[in-house]
Design a protein around this ligand. Structure first.
Ligand SMILES: C[S@@+](CC[C@H](N)C(=O)[O-])C[C@H]1O[C@@H](n2cnc3c(N)ncnc32)[C@H](O)[C@@H]1O
Length: 357
């Protein structure tokens, strides 16, 4: 009886938490650790403006780097004579003649004191362009509206960090500038003050960071080649040396970075102990979601919205980042408090039962 009491309370608290979390992605079959759950390309993506400043050239459409691994490592390591072994892996990045570098149009935004990276604004403009250019704009709008897009969390009294009252003027200027760049019947609703905030919140809460690196692709490719133990040891030493040179010359900023909007992946809720992770193994914006633990049918698939560094930080810092960027109070913390309360009340009932006995 005591067990069933605890079980029903836990089931209730889980239902309550699912309500708070909204929709989620659930496994319909078992996945082993390391197994691919899904792959998808984004509806829209955009690279960070600073890539160009650091001479990271990537396709404006799919973020595939526009240099070979050898050119990449020569630049990052500041050593123009480095030659990478295994030419098949070295040259694989050059075979995309259709991937081009476009000139991005720029906003006066760069002069404004407003927190979002230009990428968030470009992503927002690309969403509008996606709707405008669609052969069926109404269904394009419906697809965009499937992404969660609330601007406030009334339960937890949170406002998205990009939408605070202190930014009213900046948001208005940005909205007017955007309407000058792109306008039309089907996107009117997103160019009103409320609609624009909704789109900003949508980009803020659903944008997935994308990272591509020719060097990392070369490393993955050569590591999958069959070779003797001796050759493998030599290769490992060579790779370690390359990364050491790169770190000395360029530090840790190694990837071409950007952000994308993914329909399936964005349905994944956050956990500080996730059972899946996102990667970009093709060196472009095509995303892969992989199980990092065994997942059983019916289980929810969670990723971490926090990078590795933030995940190591205190619960308070994690909660702050999730609240400001994603408008929720980390359920991991809530769960432990709720579980603690349930446990305490179960223990209390145990005592009562014991006394009754
Ligand atoms: C990318 S969406 C994930 C899908 C979302 N649940 C939906 O209904 O569309 C991110 C939003 O999901 C909610 N969310 C994600 N993980 C959560 C969690 N662990 N606890 C509570 N809410 C969460 C937050 O509202 C967050 O802004």
């Amino acid at each position: 009886m005591r067990c069933s009491l605890l079980r029903s309370s836990l089931a209730e608290s889980q239902r309550w938490m699912q309500q708070l979390r909204g929709k989620g992605l659930f496994a319909t079959k078992p996945y082993n650790e390391g197994e691919i759950i899904l792959e998808e390309v984004p509806l829209v993506s955009c690279q960070f403006a600073w890539n160009a400043a650091y001479r990271y050239l990537a396709c404006e459409y799919c973020m595939r780097p526009l240099e070979t691994p050898e050119q990449n490592v020569r630049r990052l390591a500041g050593k123009p004579d480095i030659v990478l072994p295994h030419p098949d892996c070295v040259n694989s990045n050059l075979e995309q003649p259709s991937h081009v570098k476009n000139v991005m149009y720029c906003f006066v935004l760069l002069q404004m004191h407003y927190p979002p990276e230009t990428t968030s604004i470009m992503l927002l403009v690309r969403i509008l362009a996606f709707i405008q250019q669609s052969s069926d704009p109404n269904s394009a709008v419906a697809r965009i509206k499937q992404f969660c897009h609330r601007t406030v969390n009334e339960d937890a009294e949170l406002v998205h960090k990009l939408l605070g009252e202190q930014f009213t003027n900046q948001l208005n200027t940005l909205r007017e500038l955007t309407a000058n760049v792109i306008n039309g019947e089907h996107i009117q609703e997103f160019l009103t003050p409320e609609g624009f905030c909704t789109l900003m919140a949508l980009v803020g809460t659903n944008g997935q960071g994308v990272g591509t690196s020719p060097l990392a692709m070369w490393v993955n490719a050569v590591l999958s080649i069959a070779m003797s133990d001796d050759e493998r040891t030599q290769l490992d030493l060579f790779i370690d040396k390359l990364y050491q040179y790169v770190e000395e010359e360029s530090g840790t900023f190694l990837n071409t970075e950007g952000s994308g909007l993914y329909e399936l992946q964005s349905a994944c809720n956050h956990s500080c102990a996730p059972n899946a992770e996102v990667s970009f193994p093709y060196g472009n914006h095509r995303l892969q979601l992989k199980a990092v633990k065994q997942i059983m049918p019916g289980e929810e698939i969670y990723i971490s919205y926090l990078d590795e560094c933030s995940l190591q930080r205190s619960r308070h810092s994690r909660q702050k980042e999730l609240a400001q960027n994603y408008l929720f109070v980390c359920w991991c913390a809530l769960l432990s408090q709720a579980a603690h309360r349930l446990l305490t009340s179960a223990e209390a009932s145990d005592e009562e039962i014991d006394q009754d006995d």
